[in-house]
Design a protein around this ligand. Structure first.
Ligand SMILES: Cc1cc2nc3c(=O)[nH]c(=O)nc-3n(C[C@H](O)[C@H](O)[C@H](O)COP(=O)(O)OP(=O)(O)OC[C@H]3O[C@@H](n4cnc5c(N)ncnc54)[C@H](O)[C@@H]3O)c2cc1C
Length: 682
């Protein structure tokens, strides 16, 4: 399937039009044959065809996560319904045309859904097959064509069902397969349609069909030429907006140009075009960290969505993840082998953006900094070279890429070590805020001596009553402890059991969801919202003494609770560090461990009161806890550009700068560098 977002608007429209015309012609033929000899049987066939296609459309739409699918399906259904009416009224030409268009919609839907499921080649093949089959049965009942369409849509539905996790956040009309890419199919199709027209309608019908085919071919060729001639970077239109769309509604990105890149070749092409236009290059995938991006008015933004499958090597326990995938897509695939990966608290976060900034995992105290699990990184650097970087190949770049703050090039894939968690125990417990003192101090006492098999966080949540939010969470501010335990230095059951016994004896919870769970459930334990309204946030690593220092833990928790008396802050959080997160393994990247006992973070919605009020609220909290500051951050959590802070020491910053200067001497990717990760920025 062609990567529609990189086609120019005109090319895309004419590509769609060409296919509509061609298949519309087939529809005319099919409709004419079906209505010809036996009106009764033909009407029955038409009803069957319309009903079958309608069911296929609805089923496909039900299992698809594409936005705008309702409108898409509605158009398909209206066309099929109208075709049935026209057929019943014995207006074969109109019935055929409408049925043909309805069929096109069904094929396009199936194509899009297959591509969503990570099967783009199969999508193109299935669509071509469906079109060919529709053509080859021009002299047979419409029902046969319907069976083919149904099969294509059903395959799409089944494939989608087996793939979980988020899909493309912006609806892009899936382009039908360009006939120019299937020359044999196009010729067979043309011959079938022409011979049918000659047999059933004579010279006049043949001339009409030939004219339609010639027009289609002409438009198709022009579209092909335009799509080749047009640069992949656009400055407006749907492709631009699709590439600039972000998860975080705090910012609306307005880059000078943008595109979605789906292959190494497209990455190179986009880099060349940006350079030729005098633009810098920034990249993203989900836009979870969009608030941290610099001003992009002089830059091209690449949405990296490499069109390759995720591959698991169960023997070596590694998984190769193409750039653009979110953790929610990876976890079920490795879980099938009894493994999991060091993902964070949300299934929607992108793998590359998370790992290249370090990554604080839901299993962090067991696994350490997530970037330590990277085996290799595939990257296109400013010179256009596609390199595989690992411990042997350019170890300095490999070191800098793991937490160094970006600006090295466009990552196209990462290979990560998975691990066997054994049993997983995960869950969330909620208490009234009146119990916070007792529970939080028990948590502090426990955290100083906790086994590394378990990773938890302590939060005060002041969540407004949102649809779907459990009642105990949104009634008034609450205290929440959540976490995940695996079989590590102690068993998961022992690790979680000890914590829960202590906390439950401190006060009776209002909600308690701890359980033995599947790996796919872990990314939901923290209950991260699937959207991010405009907000302000702050983060710092706190507690310079060892995480086992109980006095420090009590001091931090006491100040944290005092600070959260202000309920204008939506989320106030202490993430438990220590364990493997405090240890820097041999050969780690620049962010190989965290320099603090807890990760403090908070988040306030801007809403009507606006940015100043939100920032005043989060700053007021920071004042209460800042005596514990370490001067460092976990780079994934330090989102806002106007609050830069270091994630690694001065000496490392200079070394990272040197690597950056070597691989990007002209500073093409300068705009991608995180605040605090460059000696010139803080
Ligand atoms: C709801 C939520 C929950 C979170 N939970 C956690 C958590 O538990 N632990 C944690 O550590 N962090 C967490 N984060 C932070 C998150 O890990 C970072 O924001 C991360 O950078 C997001 O990566 P992304 O690819 O999804 O975002 P994007 O905004 O798409 O990318 C972020 C940055 O990564 C770089 N990047 C992305 N793709 C490429 C590429 N192909 N080539 C080169 N550079 C690239 C770019 O510099 C880009 O600016 C969370 C964030 C949110 C909003």
């Amino acid at each position: 399937m062609p990567s529609s977002p990189t086609l120019g608007r005109a090319a895309r429209v004419s590509s769609v039009a060409a296919s509509l015309l061609t298949i519309g012609a087939i529809g005319v033929a099919v409709g004419a044959v079906a209505a010809a000899p036996l009106a009764g049987a033909a009407v029955a066939d038409a009803v069957g065809a319309a009903l079958g296609s309608a069911l296929a459309l609805v089923q496909g739409a039900n299992v698809s996560a594409r936005r705008g699918r309702r409108r898409f399906v509605l158009v398909g259904l209206v066309l099929l319904g109208a075709a049935t009416l026209a057929h019943a009224a014995a207006v074969p030409f109109l019935a055929g045309l409408l049925l043909g268009l309805g069929a096109v919609i069904a094929v396009m839907a199936a194509t899009g859904w297959l591509a969503d499921a990570g099967l783009p080649t199969f999508a193109a093949a299935a669509s071509a097959l469906a079109i060919l089959a529709a053509a080859s049965v021009v002299a047979a009942p419409v029902l046969v064509a319907t069976v083919v369409l149904l099969a294509a849509a059903a395959v799409a539905a089944i494939s989608i069902d087996t793939v979980s996790g988020p899909r493309t956040p912006v609806f892009v009309l899936p382009a039908p397969p360009r006939l120019s890419e299937h020359p044999v199919a196009a010729l067979v199709l043309a011959a079938l349609v022409a011979s049918f027209a000659w047999r059933s309608g004579g010279v006049f019908a043949l001339l009409i069909v030939l004219a339609v085919l010639a027009a289609s071919a002409g438009i198709g060729c022009a579209a092909g030429r335009r799509s080749l001639a047009s640069a992949p970077l656009t400055s407006s239109g749907r492709a631009y907006h699709a590439a600039s769309a972000v998860f975080d509604a705090t910012v609306a990105l307005r880059p000078a140009a943008a595109t979605t890149v789906r292959s190494v070749e497209e990455v190179r092409e986009a880099i060349d075009t940006a350079r030729a236009r005098g633009l810098g290059v920034a990249m993203h995938s989900t836009g979870h960290a969009a608030a941290g991006l610099a001003d992009l008015s002089g830059s091209a933004l690449l949405k990296v969505a490499i069109d390759e499958p995720i591959t698991v090597d169960a023997i070596r326990r590694t998984v190769r993840i193409p750039a653009g995938r979110a953790w929610g897509e990876v976890v079920p695939l490795v879980a099938a082998h009894g493994l999991t990966v060091p993902h964070g608290s949300s299934a929607l976060v992108g793998v590359v953006g998370y790992l290249s900034r370090g990554g604080l995992s839901a299993y962090g105290r067991h696994t350490g900094v997530a970037a330590n699990a990277i085996e290799s990184i595939e990257i296109v650097t400013a010179d256009g070279e596609h390199r595989r970087v690992d411990r042997e190949n350019d170890p300095q770049l490999f070191w800098a890429l793991r937490g160094g703050g970006g600006g090295f090039g466009v990552i196209t894939a990462v290979t990560v070590r998975a691990f066997a968690p054994g049993e997983i125990v995960t869950g969330t417990t909620v208490w009234e805020l009146s119990d916070a003192e007792a529970v939080a101090h028990e948590w502090a006492r426990w955290s100083a001596e906790a086994p590394s098999a378990i990773t938890t966080s302590l939060r005060v949540l002041s969540i407004p009553p949102l649809p779907g939010m459990p009642f105990p969470l949104s009634r008034r501010p609450v205290l929440v402890v959540d976490g995940t335990a695996v079989d590590g230095d102690v068993t998961a059951r022992d690790a979680a059991g000890t914590l829960l016994a202590r906390l439950r004896s401190a006060a009776t919870p209002r909600l308690d969801t701890w359980r033995v769970a599947d790996p796919a459930e872990v990314a939901h334990t923290h209950m991260d919202a699937p959207f991010a309204p405009a907000h302000s946030s702050a983060h710092a690593l706190v507690g310079a003494a060892a995480p086992s220092d109980a006095d420090q833990a009590h001091g931090i928790v006491a100040d944290f609770l005092r600070a959260t008396a202000d309920s204008a802050v939506l989320i106030s959080e202490l993430r438990q560090l220590g364990g493997a997160l405090a240890e820097r393994p041999e050969g780690a990247g620049v962010v190989g461990h965290y320099r603090g006992a807890f990760g403090w973070l908070n988040l306030a919605l801007r809403g009507k009161p606006g940015r100043e009020v939100a920032e005043a609220a989060i700053d007021a909290q920071w004042e209460q806890v800042r005596r514990w500051e370490t001067g460092y951050t976990a780079p994934t959590l330090a989102a806002e550009r106007h609050r830069p802070a270091r994630s690694f020491p001065e000496g490392d910053i200079a070394a990272v700068d040197a690597v950056r200067a070597r691989v990007d001497a002209e500073g093409l990717f300068r705009v991608d560098v995180s605040p605090g990760a460059h000696s010139g920025l803080v």
